[in-house]
Design a binder for this molecule. Structure first.
Ligand code: PSU
Ligand code: MN
Length: 312
C-alpha cells in the first residue's frame, strides 16, 4: 500500500496501514539486527518469531527496512529472508538514508533510522535488543551512536535490554540525561547491561507496569516534550550471562577490534559477531530471548497507549 499519509518514498504493508488507521496497537522493529546483528539463519528465524510474539500479545508488528529506495513499513516473509541473506543490504543510519533512497538501494535500518521511519509512519512504540550509545573511548574518538541524537528528537518509545558493555554505559547515561531522554528501568532500579540484568549503574527512573509507561509517554508528548523514551527491560533471569563471564569476552572482542583497525559503522556489527563466536553461540541464545521479551513488553505498552487514546 503506497502513501496514504502522503509521506514520500514510504510504503506500508496493508495490515500495518489498516491497524494504524483503526488506532490499533502497532510495534515497529528494526532490520540492522537482522542483516548485521545476528548470523543466518537465526537472524531470519528470530525476526519471524519476534513478529509472532507481538501478534500473540495483541499488536501488529511492523518490521522496517529500505528496499529499492522505498521506506518499507511491514515486511513479507520473503523480504525478511532477503534482509537476512543478501550482501547488498547496507547498515543505514540517519546520514545514509537520503543516498539509499535516491539511489534506490537496500538498507537495514539502525535504531535511529527505524525510529525516524516509525514516526513518519505514525507508529509510537518500537522494540529492539540493544541501542547504540557512547563507545568506550568516545570522549576522544567522538564515536557516539546517532541513536542518541534520534532519541532526543523523535517521539517514539524504544524498548531495549539496556546497552551492551561494548559501550561506555556511564557516558551513555550522561549523554541521555543531557539530551533530555527519560531512561526508565522497567520493574528495576538497576540499569540493565543487555546480557546482564545489572550494569552497576542505577536506572535514572523506574516504572513497573506497561500501563504506567504508556501514561509517561502520553504525559511527555502532551507537554510538547518531543523526543523518545528509552525503556530498559532486563533480560529474563534464566537467560542472563553474568557480568563476570561476559566482561572478559567483551574485552577480548574490543582488543581484536583495535588490532584489526575496525572503527566507525563497522564497530558495532564486528563486536556483536565476535561475541557470538567467543561465547560459542551462548550470547546469541541470550540475545534472542531478550529481543522476544522486549517485543512482548512493547506490544503491551502499545496496547495500553491505544486504549488510552481511544478513551481520550
Ligand atoms: N546493539 C546491539 N545489537 C544491535 C545494535 C546495537 O546490541 O543490533 C545495532 C542497532 O541497530 C543499533 C546499531 O541502532 O547497532 C548502532 O550502531 P552504531 O553504534 O554504529 O550507531
Ligand atoms: Mn559509531
Amino acid at each position: 500500500m503506497t502513501n496514504p499519509h502522503a509521506v514520500p518514498h514510504l510504503e506500508y504493508a496493508e495490515e500495518v496501514y489498516s491497524a494504524i488507521e483503526r488506532g490499533a496497537p502497532v510495534v515497529a522493529l528494526e532490520s540492522t539486527i537482522i542483516s548485521h546483528g545476528m548470523p543466518y539463519p537465526q537472524n531470519v528465524t528470530t525476526a519471524r518469531e519476534v513478529e509472532a510474539v507481538i501478534r500473540d500479545a495483541g499488536a501488529v508488528p511492523a518490521t522496517i527496512a529500505v528496499l529499492h529506495g522505498l521506506l518499507k513499513v511491514g515486511l513479507s516473509t520473503d523480504e525478511l529472508e532477503f534482509l537476512g541473506t543478501s550482501k547488498d543490504v547496507q547498515k543505514i543510519s540517519i546520514r545514509d538514508l537520503p543516498v539509499t533512497v535516491a539511489m534506490k538501494r537496500h538498507g537495514a535500518t539502525t535504531v535511529a533510522t527505524t525510529m525516524r521511519i516509525a514516526a513518519l509512519a505514525g507508529i509510537h512504540v518500537f522494540a529492539t535488543g540493544g541501542t547504540g550509545g557512547v563507545h568506550r573511548g568516545g570522549a576522544t574518538s567522538f564515536d557516539v551512536s546517532a541513536d542518541l541524537a534520534e532519541l532526543a528528537q523523535t517521539s517514539v518509545a524504544v524498548v531495549s535490554a539496556g546497552v551492551k558493555s561494548i559501550l561506555d554505559i556511564g557516558l551513555t547515561l550522561e549523554k541521555l540525561e543531557t539530551l533530555g531522554v527519560p531512561v526508565i528501568g522497567f520493574g528495576t532500579s538497576e540499569f540493565p547491561a543487555f546480557f546482564s540484568r545489572d550494569s552497576g549503574f542505577r536506572a535514572p527512573l523506574r516504572v513497573d507496569t506497561a500501563e504506567e509507561v504508556a501514561r509517561v509517554l502520553r504525559a511527555k508528548w502532551e507537554l510538547g516534550l518531543n523526543g523518545g523514551v528509552l525503556v530498559a527491560n532486563p533480560i529474563p533471569a534464566e537467560f542472563e550471562i553474568p557480568a563476570s563471564e561476559i566482561d572478559p569476552i567483551i574485552q577480548t572482542a574490543l582488543s581484536d577490534m583495535s588490532a584489526r583497525g575496525i572503527a566507525g559503522k563497522e564497530a558495532t556489527p564486528f563486536l556483536l559477531g565476535r561475541i557470538v563466536e567467543l561465547t560459542g553461540g551462548r550470547s546469541l541464545v541470550a540475545n534472542i530471548a531478550l529481543v522476544k521479551n522486549n517485543a512482548r513488553l512493547a506490544a503491551e505498552i502499545a496496547g495500553a497507549l491505544a486504549r488510552m487514546t481511544m478513551r481520550a
